[in-house]
Write a protein that binds this ligand. Structure first.
Ligand code: PAF
Length: 284
């Protein structure tokens, strides 16, 4: 496995890579969810590349950029073991020169949910992902379904800007109690970790009602709130039943929809999502 730190090095190695290339962009501190992305990328492509970059641009002023968990040696060992061919690990200055002044902004879709709760977050995500795609030029990019809005925003950017790559969504990997894997789970104290499974239970409550034929979105939101309310350590940021494509809140579900939520447990903010009405009805 090659570890590259500069853009000229990436371009030189990329030029030699014949056949298809699948990219797994990450902010490091890998867990089984990332490894599922790697497996999907490795299985479907001639080359599997990954990036590790904690992107300051997608963190708000009062967010956890400085404390975001980092362990590059462990990440590299895991990538190597999983069969990744190349890892690009740029320094901040490599990605953002002192006079950096060009940003990618996906409008409307980013006004809601995470975009409303974290102003500027998606501008940071789309800017860095656009740069990584320009640098690596992968045929396919692997993203987790847990970050449901991120997936849709990046897909929209790729479509709108005609970036020649395909976005491949990968199922959320969950702990046995349903908690979606996230690098931020490491922040949870033992009692908070136990409480955190209520997020999945809330999504399941919506999915079960949907599967039983309920199409009133407010009824599903109320069901999610009722489950979350049972856990005193959890403070709800938002609960949403939205159109799967536009992410606009729904009154009645007539097309595929997305159930999603964000909640704080202590100082940790977690998100999770589940699609409603997707063909295979697999949880996100
Ligand atoms: O999902 C993440 O880890 C990040 O948002 C991403 C896509 C790597 C961009 O920094």
């Amino acid at each position: 496995m090659q570890v590259l730190r500069t853009i000229p090095d990436v371009r030189a190695v990329r030029a030699q890579a014949q056949g298809s290339l699948g990219l797994v962009p990450t902010m490091g501190y890998l867990h089984a969810g990332h490894m599922a992305l790697v497996r999907a990328a490795r299985d479907a492509n001639d080359h599997c590349w990954a990036t590790v970059f904690v992107n300051s641009l997608q963190f708000g002023q009062n967010e956890d950029f400085n404390t975001y968990p980092r362990d590059l040696p462990r990440d590299l060992a895991l990538f190597e073991e999983a069969g990744v061919d190349v890892v690009f690990v740029p320094e901040a200055e490599t990605m953002y020169t002192a006079d950096f002044s060009t940003y990618v902004d996906v409008e409307k879709l980013t006004d809601r949910l995470e975009g409303a709760a974290r102003p500027g977050h998606f501008r940071g995500v789309t800017t860095v992902v656009c740069k990584l795609l320009n640098i690596v030029q992968p045929h396919r990019v692997y993203l987790g379904r847990k970050d449901a809005q991120q997936l849709r925003v990046i897909r929209r950017m790729v479509r709108d800007l005609n970036i020649p790559t395909t976005i491949v969504p990968v199922e959320t990997v969950r702990e046995p109690d349903g908690l979606a894997l996230s690098s931020r789970n490491v922040y949870l104290k033992p009692d908070e970790r136990q409480a955190a499974s209520v997020l999945y239970q809330a999504l399941q409550a919506a999915q079960q009602r949907f599967a039983a034929g309920e199409r009133n979105a407010e009824t599903l939101r109320a069901a999610m709130h009722a489950v979350l309310a049972q856990e005193p350590l959890v403070s709800v940021d938002y609960v949403s039943i939205a159109d799967d494509e536009s992410l606009k809140e729904l009154t009645t579900i007539e097309r595929p929809a997305l159930a999603s939520l964000a909640a704080r447990i202590g100082t940790t903010r977690l998100i999770d999502a589940m699609e409603l009405g997707r063909e295979d009805t697999t949880p996100e």
